[in-house]
Design a protein around this ligand. Structure first.
Ligand code: NAD
Length: 500
């Protein structure tokens, strides 16, 4: 059995715990590897290594750090197909989608390459007579990243490139469901010239995560995953004095106004609801047509399109499928359970993905795309995140009731409106209580030079991921106010608050 261990101090290090988690190929249902789960002591070793490496790395010129990232970028580009195949084998998403994930991650590397500019700080002359003031954005120390299964390349790359560029050292704790890609990224970082100990990968579960949340040498924790764990990470790491950004779950609505180009909206919905088998935090899982006529037309078009959805393995010799299997057997059962719940709750199951015949499915964790109509707020299939290829139509009588429904929801990660009316779009952007909003764009994932994050229970902590917030999160500001001795020409009063 292929074993996946840890990457510490520049080398692969065998796990000592004798605890392992199985890694499956979701397209076949076969176990492909087992991943070592680190003990608390092994995790503390990683913290010590990263802490020792900080002193030299933090003093290196940002330009030199950025040149290593430039090299890393070209290496990841050269290995994109290899990485995408690795993602597809352990996650299940189709090859083209996996390549897209690598590209979106690389964009953060490109952003981080601009660190000499991004980390410049500010300067003001003569804030008082003969007094200048400037700020430095200094690295924090050891930073930790804990990532989910659904983007094994992109989410780690949301985190470590900026942390490293800013002069921090890093410990990555990937999802135990698909750990191979972050391990390969660690090797590519080394090949790009990153000194040993700066980037480490610890594979594990709660035991190792708890060390990262509580060890006093860890300064900052970035987390992406489900809301209950995000909340736990935020509460625990904050209580131990760390800065935390913890991104959680989602239930993203797309409003379709009566004047929308319906073909365009349906095209967008198909990709946004069923792409990556719905296992995206920015997937659209609720379509909100405004008005009965819009709802009827939308429903008919979606039914027709679902008949052409190509479901199958992520790695095929011929043309790519539209979506692959779910990540594990347990998750497949959970998604099927939600479909059953929706029926029990009285929603109309218009297309039942459990009945889809999938060629070459074997023992893979496949389910076809499902469509519910007449889903209402309060039903579990509207309230909870399913994280599968299940789209709900929740009809709204008006623009205002659509906005109210979204604002009342516990999650606030992403949303979109499809309309030709600039005023409706503008009102939507202003009123909606959601962190990332698309106007005629179904999955409004901000580019790397903007920041990514939701509102409400989709994000714990004040700072979003990557972009300008990523630089703020990974640096500590220090402001220096200086006056040189030759400037003190007259006696000054030291007892009152300094003013101009
Ligand atoms: P998860 O919360 O189960 O796991 C995420 C990470 O936390 C993994 O590394 C896991 O090992 C670790 N973990 C799990 N249980 C833990 C515990 N009790 N204590 C400490 N650590 C623990 O999430 P997942 O199933 O891997 O990913 C899917 C979830 O991630 C979905 O809810 C999805 O919406 C969310 N997600 C959110 C975003 C976003 O940007 N908001 C992006 C991607 C995924």
């Amino acid at each position: 059995m292929h074993q996946i261990h840890h990457f510490l101090n520049g080398s692969i290090v065998e796990g000592r715990s004798e605890r392992y988690a199985p890694v499956f190929n979701p397209a076949t249902g076969e176990q492909s590897a087992q991943v070592a789960l680190a003990t608390a002591d092994e995790t503390r070793d990683a913290v010590r290594i990263a802490n020792d490496a900080f002193a030299s790395w933090s003093k290196i010129s940002p330009l030199k750090r950025s040149r290593i990232l430039f090299k890393f970028k070209t290496l990841v580009e050269a290995h994109t197909d290899e990485l995408a195949a690795m993602i597809s084998r352990e996650h299940g998403k189709v090859f083209s989608d996996a390549k897209g994930e690598v590209t979106r991650g690389l964009e953060v590397v490109e952003f981080a390459c601009g660190i000499p500019h991004l980390q410049k700080g500010e300067h003001s002359m003569n804030v008082g007579t003969g007094v200048d003031s400037y700020s430095m954005m200094q690295p924090l120390g050891v930073c930790a990243g804990i990532s989910p299964f659904n983007f094994p390349a992109m989410v780690p790359m949301w985190m470590f490139p900026i942390a490293l560029a800013c002069g921090n050292t890093f410990i990555m704790k990937p999802s135990e469901k698909d750990p191979s890609t972050p391990m390969r990224l660690a090797e590519l970082l080394k090949e790009a010239g990153l000194p040993d100990g700066i980037f480490n990968v610890v594979n594990g579960d709660k035991e190792s995560v708890d060390v990262l949340l509580t060890d006093e040498r860890v300064q900052a924790v970035s987390f992406v995953g489900s809301t209950p764990i995000a909340e736990y990470i935020y509460a625990t790491a904050s209580a131990h004095g760390k800065r935390v950004q913890a991104l959680g779950g989602a239930k993203n609505h797309m409003v379709i106004m009566p004047d929308a180009d319906l073909d365009q909206a349906v095209d967008a919905l198909m990709g946004a609801a069923y792409g990556s088998a719905g296992e995206r935090c920015m997937a659209i899982s609720v379509a909100v047509p405004v008005g009965e006529e819009t709802a009827e037309r939308l429903r008919e078009k979606l039914i027709a399109r679902l008949e052409t959805l190509r479901v199958g393995p992520g790695l095929v010799d011929g043309p790519d499928n539209d979506m692959g299997p779910l990540v594990t057997k347990e998750h497949l059962e959970k998604v099927k359970g939600y479909i059953a719940t929706g029926v029990e709750e009285g929603a109309e199951l218009v297309v039942d993905g459990r009945e889809t015949t999938i060629e070459g499915a074997g023992n893979g964790y496949f389910v076809g795309g499902s469509l519910f109509d007449h889903v209402t707020p309060g039903m579990r299939i509207h309230t909870e995140e399913i994280f599968g290829p299940v789209l709900a139509i929740t009809r709204a009588a008006s623009f205002d009731s659509a906005v109210a429904m979204i604002n009342d929801h516990e999650f606030g990660n992403g949303t979109a409106i499809f309309t030709r009316d600039g005023d409706a779009a503008r009102q939507f952007c202003e009123q909606i209580q959601v962190g990332m909003v698309g106007v005629n764009v179904p999955i409004p994932v901000p580019m790397a030079f903007h920041s990514f994050g939701g509102w409400k229970r989709s994000l714990f902590g004040p700072l979003h991921m990557h972009g300008p917030d990523g630089v703020r999160f990974n640096t500590r500001m220090k402001t220096i106010t200086q006056r040189w001795p030759s400037g003190i020409r007259e006696e000054t009063n030291h007892f009152t608050m300094p003013t101009l």
